[in-house]
Write a protein that binds this ligand. Structure first.
Ligand code: SAM
Length: 214
């Protein structure tokens, strides 16, 4: 399984934002929507072997599970509407503690999207139990292309802002890898990582059923 964790530093925690203003009053939820797109969307298909955590303001986490995802389309607006529904379910989670207990702290707002009151520390610990290695993607890291990677790897990225000192402290033990000499958008990094893993380990199905030979 491939795991991505994206830290949304300014994203709204309530569903009361306008879908017409994702970069502004929603707190750069447009960046997170593009990360969802890059994590899952193929041409006419979804990556089912992937999970994505969006950690919002270190307080609320949305977990997208590729094997269960429904209603995900490539456009930002409809993805933001799914995020909005998850944030509305969070309010229900807060009001009804029994729901949280039943879902082990998470509630599924639409198929394949779960929301919980968890921050980075808890998410790192859960993700670490799901993959062989968790990697911090950082411009100042060692070259990823020269690193050994496991097929089941996890990657932590920041949104449009730098990682905070406290976040880096929590992740100090993780290997820090770079994708290249330039600072890229987080969603573009996800596509590059997927492609690197597809080339190294295969992606399951190949275009038109043909074998991919390097
Ligand atoms: C838009 S960048 C973050 C902001 C940027 N560091 C800045 O100067 O303000 C988004 C995230 O993508 C990842 N990223 C961007 N470029 C990268 C690179 N060359 N190698 C590895 N990760 C990268 C990092 O996780 C980074 O925090």
């Amino acid at each position: 399984m491939r795991v991505f964790i994206v830290l949304g530093h300014r994203a709204r925690l309530d569903p009361g934002f306008s879908l017409n203003d994702l970069p502004g009053s929603a707190g750069r939820i447009d960046v997170l929507c593009r990360c969802v797109n890059s994590a899952f969307c193929l041409s006419h298909d979804l990556r089912r072997d992937t999970e994505l955590y969006l950690v919002l303001q270190d307080q609320v986490t949305l977990r997208f599970v590729g094997s269960r995802l429904r209603h995900l389309n490539p456009d930002e607006r409809s993805t933001a509407a799914l995020i909005q529904r998850a944030l509305a379910a969070r309010e229900q989670l807060a009001a009804e503690p029994a729901l949280a207990a039943a879902g082990q702290g998470e509630v599924e707002s639409t198929p394949g999207i779960y929301i919980s009151h968890r921050g980075l520390r808890e998410v790192l610990s859960e993700a670490q139990s799901r993959v062989e290695e968790l990697i911090l993607l950082h411009e100042a890291g060692l070259p990823l292309r020269q690193a050994e990677l496991a097929a089941d790897s996890g990657f932590v990225l920041s949104d449009h802002l730098e990682f905070l000192p406290g976040e880096l402290e929590l992740m100090v033990a993780l290997p820090k890898l770079s994708l290249g000499p330039l600072s890229l958008h987080a969603d573009h990094c996800i596509v590059i990582v997927h492609n690197e893993l597809d080339l190294r380990f295969g992606s399951g199905a190949c275009y038109n059923g043909r074998r991919w030979d390097m």
